[in-house]
Design a protein around this ligand. Structure first.
Ligand SMILES: [Mg+2]
Length: 366
């Protein structure tokens, strides 16, 4: 079963009325749409698998990496020898860096191959990973950075009304967190993701002010993200659990992060760090280090499905799925993967369980 074709498909789905973000790490100020990068792998027999690479403003670079560098190494090889193929590709491309566009592209192809393996064997990916003990997972509503307190409070209330009892904020001020906590009350779990803004000293000072809000975790507080020693110090002295990992790329780097005692919660990102193959290794590593895994899934395509399957099979009943809390004009899986009452259903069909909606892809392809 050889790989015949690898197609890169970018989709740009506009936000539905009014729900724009302030400037953040993943999109420009007032970005009008959420841009995703899908990869479609087709075998000689016509079986199709779907993957996703981290997209947004990196799409042109990742597209070039896949089309011109990675795909030519995969065409004509067996789609079913995922581990050995992906290892070979990683080794052949290591001179171009072990993260960024090259790894994002490898991640997408890896996930697509797991989708194909599931379709060929008639098994959902979670069963290929050992089987899921749960049929649904709790989601947290991952709010964008609003900056505007009124918009923030409106969206906190909207998420609670939708049935979420776990929220993630992407704000960076104490006042914004206070507003959100006041609106949500004491019984809602709130995490705060600040996307790497601070020195260790600044992060310690901010932690002292944020401690009162009972955050479940503080995510990526320190610049640069690979300052594991700084994270470890903040974790020891700051009084708030620390989460990070979406910008960690290789298994060795995850081991360094965990052995430094940098985090309470590790957050591998399947569309960035090597796909499902690498994700399952990080679950093992985290288990050996007695550290909780919360998969980063700021995606609405196969990256989201990879996260759901892996969390269901390899996580615990407390695993949370990140759900991007904004309204788009369309969803890649329609209503099939939309949380209800704050929970999302684990797909039971072969492979990832769903293919992106062909009409949605056609309408929003760029
Ligand atoms: Mg994050």
């Amino acid at each position: 079963m050889k790989i015949a074709m690898i197609e890169v498909i970018a989709v740009s789905i506009p936000f539905a009325g009014g729900s724009r973000s302030a400037e953040s790490a993943w999109g420009g100020k007032n970005a009008g749409s959420a841009d995703s990068l899908l990869v479609k792998v087709t075998t000689e027999g016509g079986i199709v698998g779907w993957g996703e690479a981290f997209g947004f403003t990196a799409i042109p670079a990742v597209r070039a990496a896949i089309e011109q560098v990675i795909a030519p190494l995969c065409i004509g090889l067996s789609a079913l020898n995922i581990g050995s193929l992906m290892l070979d590709v990683q080794k052949r491309l290591h001179i171009f860096g072990r993260s960024g566009a090259i790894m994002f592209g490898i991640s997408a192809i890896d996930t697509a191959l797991w989708d194909i393996l599931g379709k060929v064997t008639g098994q959902p990916v979670h069963r290929l990973l050992g089987g899921a003990a749960v049929s649904e997972l709790t989601c947290y509503a991952s709010l964008v950075r609003y900056t505007d307190p009124q918009l923030l409070v409106e969206n906190v209330n909207r998420a609670l009304a939708d049935g979420f009892s776990h929220l993630k904020l992407h704000e960076i001020t104490v006042d914004a967190v206070r507003e959100a906590r006041n609106a949500a009350g004491d019984n809602v779990e709130i995490t705060l993701d600040v996307n790497c803004p601070w020195t260790v000293r600044q992060a310690l000072d901010m932690s002292a002010k944020l401690r009162q809000f009972n955050l479940r975790w503080l995510e990526e507080p320190i610049w640069p993200p690979e300052n594991f020693g700084g994270l470890a110090r903040l974790r020891r002295e700051g009084g708030i659990p620390i989460a990070a990992g979406e910008n960690v790329s290789t298994l060795v780097e995850f081991q360094q992060m965990l052995s430094a005692g940098a985090v309470d919660v590790v957050q591998p990102s399947p569309a960035k760090m090597g796909g499902i193959s690498e994700l399952q290794k990080v679950f093992s590593l985290a288990a050996a280090n007695a550290t909780e895994v919360m998969v980063h899934s700021f995606y609405d395509g196969p990256g989201l499905l990879a996260s759901v399957h892996a969390s269901a099979a390899l996580g615990s009943k407390d695993s949370l799925v990140e759900w991007r809390y904004f309204d788009l004009e369309a969803q890649l899986y329609g209503d099939a993967m939309r949380p209800r009452n704050g929970t999302i259903t684990v797909p039971q069909g072969p492979g990832l369980g769903f293919d992106p909606d062909a009409d949605v892809v056609r309408s929003f392809r760029v």
